[in-house]
Design a binder for this molecule. Sequence first.
Ligand SMILES: [Cu+2]
Length: 563
Amino acid sequence: MKITALLSLFSSLSLGAHVAINWDIGYVMANRDGIKMRRVIGVNGQTPVPPIEVDQYDRVVLTVHNSLDQPTTVHTHGFFQNGTSYLDGAAMVSECGIPPGDSYTYHIDTSQAGTYWIHGHDQGQNADGLRTSFIVRDRVRPYDYDGDYTFALEDWYTKEFPQKESEILDPANRFPPPASFPTGLINGYHGNEAEPIRFEPGKTYRVRVINMGTTESFMFSIPGHTLEVIEADGYYSLPYPVDVLNMGPGQRYSVLVKAHDTNRFNYRYNATLYAAFLPNVNGRNPQVYTGLVEYKKRAPVKKVPFPGDYRVVKDIELVSKDREPILQVSRSVELHIADQLYTNGQSHTSFNNITYIEPRTPSLFSMASMGRLAMDPEVYGPQTHAIVLRHLEAVEFNIINSKNLDHPIHLHGHNFQVVEYGPLLGLNTTTGPALIPAEPPRFQRSGPFPMRRDTVLAPPFGYVKIRFVADNPGAWLMHCHVMDHMFRGMQVTIIEAPDVLQHRQKIPEELLEHCDRLGMPRGGNGAGNNGYDFSGLPEPLTLATVPRSLLPGLPEPTHIPPS
Ligand SMILES: [Cu+2]
């Protein structure tokens, strides 16, 4: 252990290069899906946003200039920002946002090697194009390979996110709103125009796949080849062979793929966009995008029938490469997912029937400024759903999903062990269509060395238990990465060790000045006031129906459309 620590110190001092990146974030007109020219959020006049690829321990300095007409932030998804929680880039959690016309510099610690991504974290800017892959290459490779490829998968919509959301929230519209189905993009462009990848006989490739989509899940496969999972969300596993990577928004995998010994045939890779709860939308669900795996120019493409009993990733079965033992916890917190109608005629998502609404002061700034009161979750406001953790407390979250679709739950500032999945009592419902195994979630526990990741799928009609140690003082969102669910309230704020944070971290003056310029308070409680005075915050929402989702085993009530 000591040698490893010394090595990493040595590496960070001597190996890392200084990497300066400048992003001028602004609107661009572009036709990303081959269907519609529309307004997109890009950088330096470009869309898709150019990928970032650096070496471990490089000192990445990302300077963002905001040329939009609204505040903006960028969040490095999966990076812990331990000790610098104010650089997490979550709007109204760790900062007010960069005002229009202003700039800010994010320092990114790249000691975490692996497959990450970076995206806007204010309003729906991520969905409108402010996102790209962020690869950190290992200084010392845990597995050998001869070459690597990255696939960034996205679902793309013809409408801008704010317009789509206002239609969903409009009480005059039918509930639930009519389904829409997006187009799949691979590495920024229409999925069927993706570049070929080249395999040489006998060689081994590392293929990284990122679902950086807005709403939908993807399945990725290279029929005729086994995919050996070695990484999930920046954390290494023992090799785990599958035929298909099934992934929700925010999730990443690396797989090793061994090329065939001859170059007689070429093959295809497939990225299948699917919405599990929509059996068929205009004949477009599921939708397969495909590109060439080229062994030799003009070689015939071998058609490989998909195995009937294909293997998918079950992250509960993955084993930590570092053999990190399962955490023993002293506290377990239940979070019940719901999507319900409220008296204002809008449908909102929630955990434990609390719909997240942004506070007026970023929760981190409340933490830093409220003294001993910062230990009380109430201080952060009634709709921020604050959960306070003690420093170094080992905690379990049990995420309970009585809905018929899965939710990719992402925790900022950490990765976590995935320790248990199970069905909800009394329900035996299948998900459709039969693309993903049409079976209710089974009860399954991890082995003694569970996998870690930062985004986990809460299964339909089931639960997932995750564990981590609160070793990162800061304010960290935990939320569904389906942008619509997140936007409509499926978020909690993990307030980690306010007492330690107040001694160890100082909010940069520049970030406080951003609040001044946006007319937001730079401290105080969730309303920017003293003590427990929450005047100035919007009225809490009231449920229109009995919240039966709190009773495990009972399905959601069926709503009558508002007339
Ligand atoms: Cu969700």
